[in-house]
Design a protein around this ligand. Structure first.
Ligand code: GAL
Length: 749
């Protein structure tokens, strides 16, 4: 039977690499994977520091039971150029930082101790996509995803694909293709059995076929009582594939869903039902350790996108992301636009061939994820290249007939070889730098495509560098940031030719010196790097239904003198409530309705309180006696939520919120620290230092002394074994706050 176990513990790590010494046990620092080769400060660092080779080593004893079996190491991802040695012999190499690879140990293991040495070169090698020019994000270096030790019978299941055609028919079908691995070229004989199981684990169908070739196809029909995978109830089924040959038994389990996706000239449909796509782009990076946070942090990001930001789609800009992230998208019902590595630059023929291989590897890894609805098979924002993109499209369509292809561009009238035209439309704001039209949220489709017909079309980026906004920026700037997101979403909702819009971007990210604010950060997120929301986050969140969550976020720090000219008007209140009541000082309460005139197409336009609403300057102006204020949201005539502000905020408490208090024994957990005023609002201009002290079986990710950034800061703790972890946060005047987190092997989801 197959064994597939984590191979993450007990590595050593050292900078530099010497191929001549790959067979020697070298001095190194003990590390656990996922691991980043160079830990970076939060900002203002030299991003060239990781652009060089590093050595990872691990010693292990080959088990006597492995005799006669296939033994492989599976690397989920390592950046950027990896070479694997076993006992000094080079056995595998992989020149891509985002796709998985394997190293076959079979037949080369010796009795007793063996030594794995991995060279990782973090250099931005122009032969490897995305490198070759400048790119607006960091790629880091290291074995930053999990590594697995896999033991199988000599003939084993290499991959399986399940497709669910006609999901709208009363009785469902499924077609299955099983690919075998037979590296020893044994004569094939035996049986493949496929069992489909319901979410409760009951068998709903099974079928068998004899082994005749390296690919076995099976079909199921007449499947009754099937629940579809959709956003509200992402029902997951399981396919159990069992292979019985003379050489042994192998078994794999794959989750899948019954769902259909369609991009048409009048939008996107999930299971035949129109759905306007509302999303943000995600970079997979975190502060300090870059890409190197494991399963729990990946899952948490998906949860934030779906449950906090209320999105229905995420684009994995600009590369295939962790399968933990995609698994979670499957579980929670978050659609995914996944794309190959790259950023504007296309290299020579060999580079393009590597990119075509990335298409293959991405699709073959992820074709069973119901969350993935479209393949991005162009290098983001690259120029046309007919032969190259004809090939990426051909291959994608050959590998997967169920999903459309797309390719993300920013150049208008570029050649459409994909099924869906995807545009990064940064037109809003162009008027400020001499654009030849008044402020425009989005261009008409035909102007962008240059085609005389309408085609399936979506917006894959907007905002971003056109209006970088920091979590601690002035309220007025943040209000404009909010307005830009509102205007584009309103335009996308209002245009039936646009399947949806995915904004730039979810989270701030570290970048090269050529981009960002000089601090090596692109402050383009609607959340900062710790995933703390800026006001713009609530543009997205407020589009959900109040039955899901009532959202009420006045875009203000409620202070008299932060905006130019003072006051807080016009005041945007991001909300999905029917009405918002304002109470302040001695003024009679007053109710305001959402501004449908300005944002007719948004599911939930904001309320906007304008200067004209208070012509006598009795509210929200500079110079008035500043008063406390309460905003109350009403749904169906009933008060459902409140936002309250004090006129005289003072630092009152330090609140420490971990995302979870029970975690798995090697999980990372995010902890957010906020300095609050007496009403519980974050102090937006608080930059005082805090100390973070972690005891017990947990490691602090990043430094132990940091400053609050606009009243809050986050950090991650990675569990190193089971037990109780305590984090103590110290602030000079707000005192000490401790949190306890229990790590145990059993608590992992
Ligand atoms: C786009 C690019 C993104 C990011 C964004 C910033 O051109 O595709 O990766 O750089 O600009 O707004």
């Amino acid at each position: 039977m197959r064994s597939h176990v984590a191979f993450n513990d007990g590595w050593t790590f050292a900078p530099g690499f010497d191929a001549a010494r790959a067979g020697e046990v070298l001095p190194g620092e003990p590390v656990t994977l996922p691991h980043t080769a160079v830990e970076l400060p939060f900002a203002y660092f030299d991003e060239k520091s990781y652009g060089k080779p590093f050595t990872y080593q691990k010693r292990f004893v080959a088990d006597a039971d492995w005799a006669g079996q296939e033994v492989d190491l599976v690397f989920d991802g390592a950046m950027a150029d990896s070479v694997v040695y076993l006992n000094g012999e080079r056995i595998a190499a992989h020149a891509d930082g985002y796709t998985p690879f394997e190293a076959r140990l079979t037949g080369r293991l010796r009795a007793g101790e063996n030594l794995i040495t991995v060279k990782i070169d973090g250099s931005e090698n122009p032969a490897i996509p995305p490198f070759g020019a400048r790119i607006d994000y960091l790629t880091y270096a290291g074995i930053y995803r999990d590594v697995w030790l896999r033991i199988t019978a000599p003939v084993s299941i290499a991959n399986c694909k399940i497709e669910t055609p006609d999901v709208l028919a009363p009785l469902k079908r499924a077609t299955v293709a099983i690919e075998l691995a037979n590296p020893q070229n044994l004569p094939l004989s035996g049986t493949v059995t496929v069992t489909l199981r319901s979410p409760k684990g009951e068998t709903i169908a099974d079928a068998s076929a004899p082994l005749e070739a390296n690919i076995v196809q099976l079909a199921f029909a007449g499947l009754a009582d099937i629940r579809l995978w959709d956003l509200a109830s992402p029902t997951l089924y399981e396919m159990v594939v069992r292979l019985a040959t003379a050489s042994g038994i192998d078994e794999r389990r794959v989750r899948f869903g019954f769902r259909s996706v369609e991009f048409t000239t009048d939008g996107f449909r999930l299971n035949g039902t129109p759905l306007k796509l509302l999303g943000l782009n995600r970079h997979q990076s975190f502060p300090y350790v870059g890409y190197a946070l494991g399963r729990a942090a990946q899952e948490r990001d998906a949860d934030i996108l779906k449950q906090v930001l209320k999105l229905n789609i995420v684009r994995t800009s600009h590369y295939p992301q962790s399968t933990w992230f995609l698994d979670r998208c499957d579980e929670i019902g978050l659609l995914v636009f996944e794309e190959i590595p790259g950023w504007q630059h296309v290299g020579d023929k060999a580079w393009q061939e590597a990119s075509v291989e990335n298409v293959r590897s991405m699709i073959r890894r992820d074709w069973n994820h119901p969350s993935v609805v479209i393949w991005g098979v162009r290098v983001n924002e690259s120029k046309d290249n007919h032969a190259f993109y004809a090939e990426t499209n051909r291959l994608a369509r050959q590998l997967d007939t169920t999903r459309p292809t797309s390719g993300v561009r920013c150049i208008v009238e570029s050649e459409l070889l994909e099924d869906v035209y995807a545009m990064n439309d940064f037109i809003l704001g162009m008027e400020e730098i001499g654009g030849n039209r008044p402020r425009t949220p989005l261009r008409p489709q035909k102007e962008v495509t240059g085609l005389d017909r309408t085609v399936p079309y979506m917006i894959t980026e907007f905002a971003g560098h056109m209006y970088p906004t920091k979590v601690y920026d002035q309220e007025q700037r943040q209000a404009e940031h909010v307005t830009r997101h509102l205007e584009v979403l309103n335009a996308a909702y209002g245009d039936p030719e646009i399947a949806g819009a995915i904004g730039w971007c979810a989270f701030d990210y570290n970048t090269h010196k050529d981009f960002g604010s000089g601090d090596r950060i692109c402050h383009h997120g609607v959340m900062d790097m710790f995933r703390e929301p800026k006001f713009a986050a609530f543009v997205y969140a407020s589009q959900c239904e109040p039955s899901d969550e009532a959202i009420l976020k006045p875009v203000t720090f409620w202070t008299r003198g932060d905006r130019n000219h003072g006051g807080v008007l016009p005041l945007i209140i991001l909300t999905n409530c029917d009405e918002v009541e304002l109470t302040s000082g001695n003024m009679p309460p007053r109710r305001f309705a959402p501004d449908r005139a300005t944002y007719p197409h948004l599911p939930h336009p904001p309320v906007i309180i304008r200067r004209e609403d208070y012509p006598n300057e009795e509210f929200g102006h500079w110079g008035m006696g500043w008063q406390n204020v309460t905003f109350t949201g009403y749904v169906g005539g009933k008060p459902v939520c409140k936002a309250e502000f004090v006129a005289d905020p003072v630092a009152s408490s330090l609140v420490v919120s971990p995302d979870a208090t029970r975690i798995g024994a090697s999980d990372s957990v995010r902890v957010i620290v906020r300095a609050l005023d007496q009403m519980g609002n974050r102090l937006p201009y608080m930059f005082e230092p805090i100390g973070i002290d972690v005891t017990g079986p947990g490691e602090l990710v990043g430094p132990g002394q940091v400053s609050l950034i606009g009243g809050s800061v986050g950090f991650w703790i990675t569990a190193r074994g089971a037990g109780e972890i305590t984090a103590t946060i110290t602030h000079a005047r707000l005192g000490k706050v401790g949190v306890k987190i229990t790590s145990d092997a059993g608590s992992r989801r």
